[in-house]
Design a protein around this ligand. Structure first.
Ligand SMILES: Nc1ncnc2c1ncn2[C@@H]1O[C@H](COP(=O)(O)OP(=O)(O)OP(=O)(O)O)[C@@H](O)[C@H]1O
Ligand SMILES: [Mg+2]
Length: 483
């Protein structure tokens, strides 16, 4: 069946896979049947012709043997009287014309009596007079297919004449035509049968493709929750599985994108609404009390700072997404890096009388983008200080385990509940949203840290117990950045 669904952009006609398969099968079958039929027909013709040739050659040789004694020079004068009675009955019996010539190519006997006494110039006779047994196949307009068989007549190794049998072999070709007709009939029946079978087979093969196309077009209408089910156990099943995995990812990315946009809008709107509220209160303020103005402006300023921080963090995340291939690797002693970070954060810890301690168990040198790793360590230690009450403890230690360098940041702060633990690395996720407003967090710090460590082929793990504290493990492979 030809499925034509109009013309595409390139103005090329759409030809379905089913039609392509059917036409390919048919082409192959037709070509092979033609080759097989021609071969069978030629082989049968050759067998028949060889049979005929053998038959007439035997007849000619028998006649040649019988005639040789009459061909002695001394008997030449009365030859017709002797040879005629031998030739005539044979000619009638085998339904063929028989001609006998002497060594000078003069016809001694002709069963049709046409050439008696005349010179008979004929290529087969000429060859026979040279001692060869020969056949010649001719197709005459009137007579049809004729086989000439000529043999020499030899007496004591001397050629004394030749016998030529001219026999019609039209019956061979008629029989062959009948066989050919049967072959054509069988071939046409096979072609129809194979066409039907190949159509069914092609439909069976192409139906998964049609199903794929249907689902893909549904997906392009924004239905990412569609999945392809395939009951077979072949390449189509594998294709469907891979496609479903890809769809899961796409679905996930799409959800993340939607969440992200919703979160960003929400996060940006909150400080803007507070600023609007504060400024409107100022505008409607009747008394011009400078202290109230100052206080409100301070609040507005802190909201501006908050907006700035969110935008900076977002831009940093966007940069990290783009920067997958452009990390600035350099060999770094993590010990020195940690010392620098802890020194820098010490004043912050002191503000809350938190004991920020650094324990360096080993010297670890690895190849990293130190600015970015520093950023992610700061984010985590900063959190530890932020989410640990006054006079708490934050311990930072460094050691190696297997092929990983591990930076452990342990605090005895508020801890994180089990449900939130799996979300703390999500963008904009904060465990206690109300509290976060006071602490000024945007919920991007951990996702930035996670992204940076992932870019270094490392990972971050967290263990926590509410009320007891949390431990973050930054794990970096020691062989990264080394080619
Ligand atoms: N050491 C910790 N102890 C308890 N809770 C933590 C700790 N570290 C992170 N959290 C929780 O995980 C949430 C996400 O942390 P993240 O650093 O991403 O955001 P944030 O600290 O709120 O804001 P910022 O973007 O300013 O860092 C925090 O809001 C907090 O609830
Ligand atoms: Mg943070």
């Amino acid at each position: 069946m030809v499925t034509i669904l109009g013309r595409n952009k390139n103005n090329r006609r759409f030809i379905s896979v089913r039609w392509k398969l059917v036409s390919t099968y048919l082409l192959l079958i037709v070509v092979s049947l033609i080759i097989i039929n021609v071969f069978i027909s030629q082989t049968i013709l050759n067998i028949y012709l060889n049979q005929e040739k053998l038959e007439y050659l035997t007849e000619a040789n028998t006649l040649s043997n019988r005639l040789k004694y009459y061909m002695m020079p001394s008997k030449t004068l009365n030859l017709v009287d002797y040879i005629g009675p031998i030739i005539e009955p044979r000619s009638q019996k085998i339904d063929s014309r028989i001609i006998v010539v002497d060594k000078n190519n003069i016809v001694i006997e002709d069963s049709n009596s046409a050439h008696i006494g005349q010179e008979f110039k004929h290529s087969e006779i000429n060859d026979a007079l040279k001692g060869k047994n020969v056949h010649g196949l001719y197709n005459f307009k009137k007579l049809g297919h004729v086989l000439y068989t000529a043999v020499p007549i030899k007496l004591d190794n001397e050629i004394v004449g030749a016998v030529l049998i001219s026999a019609s072999i039209n019956s061979v070709y008629e029989e062959l035509a009948q066989i050919n007709n049967k072959l054509i009939l069988i071939s046409v029946t096979s072609i129809i049968f194979i066409a039907l079978l190949s159509f069914i087979f092609a439909s069976y093969l192409s139906s998964p493709i049609e199903r794929f196309t249907r689902i893909i077009s549904q997906i392009s209408q924004d239905k990412l929750n569609q999945r392809i089910k395939m009951d077979t156990n072949d390449e189509f099943k594998k294709m469907a599985d891979s496609f479903n995995i890809m769809l899961n990812k796409l679905d996930q990315v799409d959800k993340q994108r939607k969440d992200f946009v919703a979160n960003v809008s929400h996060e940006l709107r909150t400080p803007l609404s507070s600023m609007k509220l504060l400024s409107e209160s100022l505008i409607h303020q009747e008394e011009s009390n400078i202290d109230i103005y100052k206080e409100f402006l301070k609040d507005i300023n802190s909201e501006v700072n908050r907006l700035n921080n969110i935008i900076d963090d977002l831009l940093y995340l966007v940069d990290l997404d783009k920067e997958k291939l452009t990390l600035n690797y350099g060999t770094t002693y993590i010990n020195f890096l940690l010392e620098r970070i802890v020194t820098r954060l010490q004043p912050l810890a002191k503000e809350k009388s938190i004991d920020l301690e650094l324990k360096l168990k080993e010297k670890v040198q690895i190849s990293i983008d130190s600015d970015k790793i520093q950023q992610s360590i700061i984010n985590i230690i900063h959190n530890a200080i932020k989410y640990t009450p006054k006079e708490g403890q934050v311990k930072v230690s460094l050691y190696t385990k297997g092929k990983n360098a591990i930076i452990e940041i342990k605090d005895n702060g508020i801890g994180i509940d089990k449900e939130s633990l799996s979300h703390v690395f999500d963008r904009f996720y904060r465990v206690d949203k109300a509290r976060a407003r006071n602490t000024g967090g945007t919920g991007l710090g951990l996702s930035i840290a996670y992204q940076i460590v992932s870019l270094h082929q490392g990972t971050i793990k967290v263990e926590s117990e509410v009320g007891e504290g949390s431990t973050f493990y930054i794990m970096l492979p020691t062989d990264i950045g080394i080619d």
